[in-house]
Design a protein around this ligand. Structure first.
Ligand SMILES: Nc1ncnc2c1ncn2[C@@H]1O[C@H](COP(=O)(O)OP(=O)(O)OP(=O)(O)O)[C@@H](O)[C@H]1O
Ligand SMILES: [Mg+2]
Length: 338
């Protein structure tokens, strides 16, 4: 099984459009595909079918409940786990260990290829989806912030791998909504190529009104307009992955740190001031999250901790000149990481 998530911190870059069209294309090419909607907006779900026709056990939220969901079959080789607004309650539980449950449950389902549509931004649901996948595909639109968005996502991945001991590889970046003759599109393509190695530049998708028709008609592009330029471009990306995508990526282990380093350089050239402001804001956000995590976990564990462990920690606190609170947080962290 290969699990691919479509993710970008910026909204409206084409995550849902790509998940929908690639899932449909690969399924029609004979692969057994599961599409999973991790976005409470439910746009992917809506693209496949009217939401009311989805049975209760075919919702993505089941992946968080320790029960195996029953994906809904939408065509011969394609199944869906759909979402609606109820999924957003998981965005309120930022530090819950249950956010990592989908990762195991997805692996227990009998599919060859699983595609995850993620919500915009670095939210708990985004992290849950990213933690569940092997590879990330990052669509960007031709905007001045495209490269910054990729770098921020890489930094999020590095952070996730430090905390959870595992993170997905970036399969590649796609420049979507391209108007090839415009300067901004050309500039974004050049910067993305500077940032990513050649095999991680997955391609360019033109802007086309056909995309909206696919949702209206509930038909993917390769069925609705197979001869259109956009359909051909999507097909090319789909075929290149099938032939070589994952093998190529597996060979490179240090991708994230390499990318982070290169990203910092590219960004420094592009926009030094913005970069500095972002770093400070990010550091503050991480600090706040850590503090919240520490106090939340301590509160839970003081109830359950054996009395002699509490005593031992109190003695250690005195011996080592550290606070009791500190040692408890450390013990809980170690326990949760086991
Ligand atoms: N190549 C394209 N040409 C024209 N329109 C496109 C193209 N790709 C996406 N769109 C349109 O742009 C909008 C955003 O696309 P999409 O919903 O796929 O992005 P998203 O990243 O999933 O957005 P969100 O952040 O809301 O989840 C949609 O209205 C979609 O129809
Ligand atoms: Mg979307």
């Amino acid at each position: 099984m290969v699990v691919i998530a479509f993710a970008s911190l910026k909204g409206g870059t084409g995550k849902t459009t790509l998940t929908y069209n690639l899932a449909s294309f690969w399924a029609d090419s004979g692969r057994k595909v599961l599409a999973v909607d991790f976005d409470p907006q439910g746009n992917l779900t809506f693209a496949f079918l009217p939401p009311e026709s989805l049975p209760e056990e075919a919702y993505t939220r089941w992946l968080f409940s320790r029960k195996s969901p029953q994906p809904f079959q939408v065509s011969e080789n394609l199944w869906l786990l759909g979402s609606d607004n109820k999924l957003s309650s998981w965005d309120m539980r930022g530090t819950s260990p249950d956010l990592f449950l989908p990762s195991q449950l997805i692996r227990s389902l009998p599919f060859e290829l699983v595609l995850l549509d993620t919500p915009t931004g670095w939210r708990p649901l985004t992290r849950a989806a990213i933690f569940s996948c092997d590879y990330l595909v990052v669509p960007v639109d031709p905007s001045p912030f495209a490269v910054a968005g990729i770098v921020q996502l890489v930094e999020g991945l590095v952070e996730l791998s430090e905390r959870q001991g595992k993170a997905a590889e970036i399969l590649g970046v796609i420049v979507n909504l391209a108007e090839e003759h415009t300067r901004i599109t050309q500039k974004v393509i050049a910067s993305v190529k500077q940032l990513m190695s050649e095999e991680r530049f997955l391609g360019v998708l033109s802007k086309s009104v056909r995309v909206k028709e696919t949702v209206l008609e509930r038909k993917p592009l390769h069925v609705l307009a197979p001869q259109s330029k956009l359909s051909q471009q999507i097909e090319e990306i789909a075929k290149s992955h099938r032939e070589e995508g994952d093998e190529k990526v597996r060979k490179k282990k240090d991708t994230l740190s390499e990318l982070e380093e290169r990203g910092a350089k590219v960004l420094e050239q592009l926009e030094p001031k913005r970069r500095k402001a972002f770093r400070t804001a990010k550091q503050q956000a991480i600090e706040t999250e850590r503090q919240q995590e520490g106090s939340e976990m301590t509160a839970k564990v003081t109830v359950r901790m054996p009395v002699d462990l509490v005593k031992a920690l109190k003695h250690r606190a005195i011996d080592e000149g550290r606070t009791f609170q500190d040692l408890v947080t450390e013990a809980v962290r170690k326990f949760l990481e086991q």
